[in-house]
Write a protein that binds this ligand. Sequence first.
Ligand code: ATP
Ligand code: MG
Length: 394
Amino acid sequence: LPPIFEPARPVLQKIEAAGYEAYFVGGCVRDTILGDPIHDIDIATSAYPSEIKQIFDRTVDTGIEHGTVMILDHGTGYETTTFRTESGYQDYRRPDHVTFVRSLEEDLKRRDFTINALALKENGEVVDLFDGIKDLKRHVIRAVGDPEERFHEDALRMMRAVRFASQLDFKIDGPTLRGIKENASLLQKIAVERIQVEFEKMFLGQKPAAGLNYFLKSGLYRYCPGLADSADKLGGLNRTFAGMKNINQVWALVTYILDLTNFAALTTFLKSWKTANDTIRQVKKILPLIEALRWRQVSAWMLYKAGWEAFADANRVAGVFNWQLPWPDAKEKYQRLPIKDARDLAINGQTLIKEAGIKPGPQLGKVLNQVTRSVVEGKLPNDKETLIKRAQEI
Ligand code: ATP
Ligand code: MG
């Protein structure tokens, strides 16, 4: 058993001691065999949720209607899901009800790709019913069973194939890719929130251009919000660009490529993808900085207004086009700002009211803004007396 699973081993042993089967499954098995780091350990078991809750003192109902219970053990949570089949797929979407079963095989059969359908036993034995290990070695994403049927059951799997191609830098197997091409339009049936997750992961992967290439070639892009006419723009990205580090970078990159420099169009686009408002806010800060990096015209005032986080994100996105500042230079440029935040300024609105005799209102905001800008640009020292005097002259 790979060492990374050692701490979780007693959990499997305890389930087995109670007379049930239990396995590590899914991404953690796949990534371990690949030698990649894992983010979380998922367990599949023949025990029903109620049975799991009898075996362990500390559990959390994270998705009990789907058979998922989190077991808390020594400060770590393990998602534990009862073997299940997913019957009654309607409208190409994930079924709303699942059937618990006692057989591992049934559970592995309903999984999307062979590389995700591996189970690892507590004694280190791997259960590989669909040649998943061979596909891991060949670097291939292949549907479990008939691709057509599997994509009809759940059309999101087509997006998952493309995101795994990026995340793992794998090829999509011929028949599976054909299945995606022929069924791409079924993606319309899927909730945009679920597509969004896979689309983001595609750009966060190690080889985004590989995923993007499949995304375009298969026609999936046609059924995503606001992308129907964007194949040329998306396809124009260089073949080797590095993955993004967070979703704000992802959306900044996408909207930058699409030329959504107009904030109204940008907002409409991001809202159609149902991104968080915070993402929209950050992307609006990042986009002008990308353009400024491109022309080597990042001003102190822009930097101050956008803040370090947006600047670091912009610099990463600019790297896709080779416009980035070397990391130490970017850091230094920000560090050199005389003030980083309104709280760093020697005065504030209250000071201006009480000590400079300026009345509250729009004029106050204007004056404060001008003074701040002068300090940020190094035209005035950040000194209380000086700033009050200057404020009274405006
Ligand atoms: P990662 O966590 O690295 O993104 P993962 O393989 O763990 O990858 P999850 O989305 O966490 O992906 O799903 C866990 C497992 O559940 C998968 O490995 C797969 O076996 C199964 N699975 C997830 N979504 C689907 C789906 N839409 N259809 C069939 N099986 C799925
Ligand atoms: Mg996972």
